[in-house]
Design a protein around this ligand. Sequence first.
Ligand code: NAD
Length: 440
Amino acid sequence: MTHSIPEQPADVVARLRATFRTGRTKPVEWRTAQLRRLRELLTENGPDLAAALHADLGKSSTEAHRTEIDFTIREIDHALDHLADWLRPEPAPVPAHLGADASAWTQYDPLGVVLVIAPWNYPAQLLLAPLVGALAAGNAVVAKPSELAPATSSALARLLPAHLDTDAVAVVEGGIPETTALLAERFDHIFYTGNGAVGRIVMRAAAEHLTPVTLELGGKSPAFVDRDADLDVVADRLARGKFLNAGQTCVAPDYVLTDPATAAALEPAFARAVEALYGNDPSVSAEYGRIVNERHFDRLAGLLDSGRVVVGGGGDRTQKYIAPTVLADVDPKSPVMQEEIFGPILPIVTVPDLDAAIDFINDREKPLALYVFSESEGTRGRIAAETSSGGLGHGLPLAHLTVSDLPFGGVGESGMGSYHGRYSIETFSHRKAVLQKPLS
Ligand code: NAD
């Protein structure tokens, strides 16, 4: 169906709800057909999407494929491989007082019409990976890409309706007014990725309709480095995780937490790691991205003097370029430690020992991710047991979210709910309890 006049949000939702009521989205065949078409969209339009991601964020084609396009294809393939298994009803033991002929089970029902609101930093992946889960679970979906990644938003608004069932999947582009209008509608689930201030707006709007929400938020994800760690390996892995997408990654290591001697030894290791990744002038490296807009550039530029510059430190506003930067001697009270950095600045904060590191983490909001670099099982075990975070990565930042069989999501201020793989089915379905007792 094509629409010459943009549909009002109420009409979009009513149209999708009518489709859902027919039962069309429920059979596993419809779900897998949609997933296959989404896969085709990605394989056939990889270069177009990569170009849009380059226009919005200066992402290299390699990075666009690795972190957005191929990432989503893997999520689709995983769902196609396991969907029938995930959807299988699960028997539950029946208590004796109901009789031996009674049986009970749980089954997954789709929720209905769900809204997915995506941010700008991985503007394709963070719209499409939730979409994979919502479709796999048999829902109709309204997808709202981020207006701050306009090239990707318009590419997806063009491609999704060309490939998917337009009676069950709609793309609504726009910014605050359009999102506000959408949020006034009644949905059966809202899946929001972005910052906590808007997360609160989403949750308030959802409360009006008693609509459940998944909030994928952010925060300051610490990286604890133990004195026994191989610091060249640590610096290399932290630099890769931090400077990917110019630091605009929700699970990027936000700051390094370590003891003073290890901090001093890390400084030259970071200098070597950054040079190995991007050469001695990262501004000319094709692999290094750009800041999304001038507002974020100015915000980040204002954080560069929060410590002693060990690596990088400069930028170019006309290019929206901020050098991969490492800051040492950073005071926990300095501006860079007050908010999620969401850019290529890595402060090193020192604490005397492990106890102080654990206190430092627990004194702050629960992070989306926590990274630990330690050879000591005791240290790893203590941090795992004594802190709370959305995810925990030992020895490797970011990678936990590429494991489709792990739930991805935050806790406390970093969000609520989770998704990926079978956890997306949990999120986008109702687990219905069924009891059956024969009549004769
Ligand atoms: P953003 O500005 O693109 O906003 C996200 C979405 O919210 C957009 O679709 C936007 O249109 C909508 N929006 C913005 N203001 C609104 C308002 N007043 N009312 C209604 N809707 C509104 O993205 P952002 O929030 O800048 O994204 C960055 C944040 O997202 C960071 O905190 C980051 O950590 C977090 N994040 C989390 C994850 C995760 O998976 N947990 C992933 C990526 C980013």
